[in-house]
Design a protein around this ligand. Structure first.
Ligand code: ADP
Ligand code: MG
Length: 236
């Protein structure tokens, strides 16, 4: 028998949750849905890393975020958990179209993100896709319209935005820019600017980077709104 979760009460728990007061060590300390909790358990994720402790509570509450932490610190879950939760709490369905867009600098990194999404999102009903080229535009295009969450590389995404007439992004709730420093180092600045131009202004944006550079803060100024800054520094 399928257990209906009361989304109203979950929304209330998120409202009542105070990132400054509540101690967050384990994922069970967070107001998370059943499907995400089960997905994290099944993937053997129990305790949050430092960047996740700082970023996830704020992102769950809807803040824009600039998160900086070195490679290997767990930035992927820091944005994937809020993506799943914030769409779930809006009762997002197939019919609502694209809810979250995740931009990654390379195909390899996009595939890694997608694999983590598949693992921790396995008990959700969202449709998720990869848009990284390698297939014909036409093939990708046919699947695009049915996706709730897309993980993509900047060039391919912009190509679709420019060429796929029926590509619906007016409902988009969340934009994630992962490895923003690498996206910029690879020369995707103007591509990302053009993508952001296509997106609705009312949205949540999470930007993650291994390093804090001038270019990253310039991108943050363009794409984020009243962001919270969270970072984890290496111990001296
Ligand atoms: P980053 O994007 O910051 O380089 P990743 O998100 O790729 O880091 O995570 C690095 C490694 O840490 C991965 O192997 C991932 O499975 C692991 N990891 C991430 N979060 C947790 C966690 N909360 N508990 C245990 N391992 C984790
Ligand atoms: Mg990463």
């Amino acid at each position: 028998k399928k257990v209906e979760e009361n989304v109203e009460s979950l929304n209330q728990r998120v409202l009542d949750f105070n990132p400054g007061e509540n101690e967050v060590t384990s994922f069970n300390d967070l107001p998370l849905s059943h499907p995400t909790t089960s997905g994290l358990e099944a993937s053997h994720f129990k305790n949050l890393t430092d960047i996740q402790q700082k970023a996830v509570p704020l992102a769950l509450k809807g803040s824009d975020l600039l998160g900086a932490a070195k490679t290997g610190s767990g930035k992927t879950l820091a944005f994937l958990v809020p993506v799943l939760e914030n769409l779930y709490r809006r009762r997002w369905t197939e019919l609502d179209g694209l809810g979250a867009l995740i931009l990654s600098p390379t195909r390899e990194l996009a595939i890694q993100i997608f694999e983590v999404l598949r693992k921790i999102g396995r008990y959700h009903t969202f449709s998720a896709g990869l848009v990284i080229g390698g297939k014909s535009l036409q093939e990708e295009r046919e699947r695009l319209g049915r996706m709730n969450i897309l993980v993509c590389t900047p060039g391919r995404m912009l190509q679709h935005m420019d060429q796929t007439a029926a590509f619906e992004i007016d409902n988009l709730q969340m934009l994630v820019l992962d490895e923003a420093d690498r996206i910029l180092d690879m020369g995707f600045q103007s591509t990302v600017d053009a993508i952001v131009e296509h997106l609705p202004k009312e949205r949540q944006t999470l930007l993650f980077s291994a390093t804090q550079t001038k270019k990253v803060s310039d991108l943050a100024r363009l794409s984020l709104r009243d962001p919270e800054y969270v970072s984890v520094h290496e111990a001296a």
